[in-house]
Write a protein that binds this ligand. Sequence first.
Ligand code: HEC
Ligand code: HEC
Length: 259
Amino acid sequence: MRNEARNDRSPLSAAGSRRSGSDCHASRRLPLQRGGIKGWDPRPLTARRVAWPVLLLMALANAPLWAAAVSQQELARALASRPDRNHGQQLFLICAGCHGASGNGSVDGRIPVIAGQHFSVLVAQLVDFRNARRLDVRMQAVSQSHRLPSAQDIADVASYVSELPAPPAQSIGDGKQLVFAADVYGRLCASCHGVTAAGDGAREVPRLAGQNYNYLLQQLSDAASGRRPRMSADHLALLQRFMPADLGAVADYLSRLMP
Ligand code: HEC
Ligand code: HEC
C-alpha cells in the first residue's frame, strides 16, 4: 500500500520525487554538510595563512619574467640606437684586457673570439649577461651598468667589435672526427647557424665559424647541462642528444671553419 502510494506520487509531481530524493539525501548528507560547514568554513583562514608564502613564491617565480622584460627593453633600445663607433673604441679598452687587443680571445681559447661577431648577437649577449640571463661572473661584472651605463654604451661597443676583422681560431681540436662532425653539423645545425657557420645577424644567431675550440666545447657542455638559461628548450634538447665526445667533434669542426 505504501509502496503504491509512493509510486503514485512520484510520477505525478516532480516535487514528490524531489522530496523523497531530498529526504533521503538530506538524511545522508546532513552530518556530512555539518562537518563540511565546519571543515570548509576555515577556508579563508587557510587562504590567509598560505597567502604570504604563495605571494612570495609568485614574486620569486616572476623574477625571471621581470629580468626578461628589462632585457627585452634594453635589447630593443640598443638595437634601435645609432652606435657611436669612437665611443665604442674607447669602451673596447675594457674588453681588450680579456678578449685581446684584436678581440680574438685568449691564447688558451677559453675566452671567445668576439671580433666580427654580428652586432645583434653581441648586443643580445651583453644584455643577457647584464640581466643574469647568461651566467659568467666575469662578463656579468663587465656588463653591469657601472661599466656600460646605458643601452647606448652597449650598442657603441658592440658596433666597434662587430667591425673588427674576424681572425682564425686560436685553439682547435685534434681533427680526428671531422667527417662525422661535418655531417652532423649539416643535418642539425646549419639550418640556423648557416652552411658555413656564419650565423645570422637578423635572427641573433651567432657566427660559430672560427670560434675557439676550448670555448665552443665549454659552451656546448654548459648549454647541454642547462647553464645557459636563455638558450631555447629546443636548442637544449638538440645538444642533449650528443655524447660529450661528439660535442668535442662538432666544436673541433667549427673552430677550423674560416670566419
Ligand atoms: C674579465 C675578463 C673579461 C672582460 C674584461 C670582458 N670579457 Fe667578454 N667574456 C669573458 C669570458 C670569460 C667569456 C665567456 C663567458 C662564458 O663562458 O659564458 C666572455 C664572453 C663574452 C661574449 C659572449 C660571446 C659569445 O659568442 O656568445 C661577448 C659578446 C663578450 N664577452 C663581450 C665583451 C665585451 C664587449 C667586453 C667589453 C665591454 C668584454 N666582453 C669584456 C671575459 C671577459
Ligand atoms: C633553431 C635554430 C638553431 C639551431 C638548429 C641550432 N642553433 Fe645554436 N644557436 C641558435 C641561437 C639563436 C643561439 C643564441 C642563443 C643564446 O643567445 O643563448 C645559438 C647559440 C649557439 C651556441 C653558443 C654560441 C656562443 O658563442 O655563445 C653554440 C655553440 C651553438 N648554438 C651550437 C649549435 C650546434 C652545434 C647546433 C647543432 C647541433 C645548433 N647550435 C643548432 C640557434 C640554433
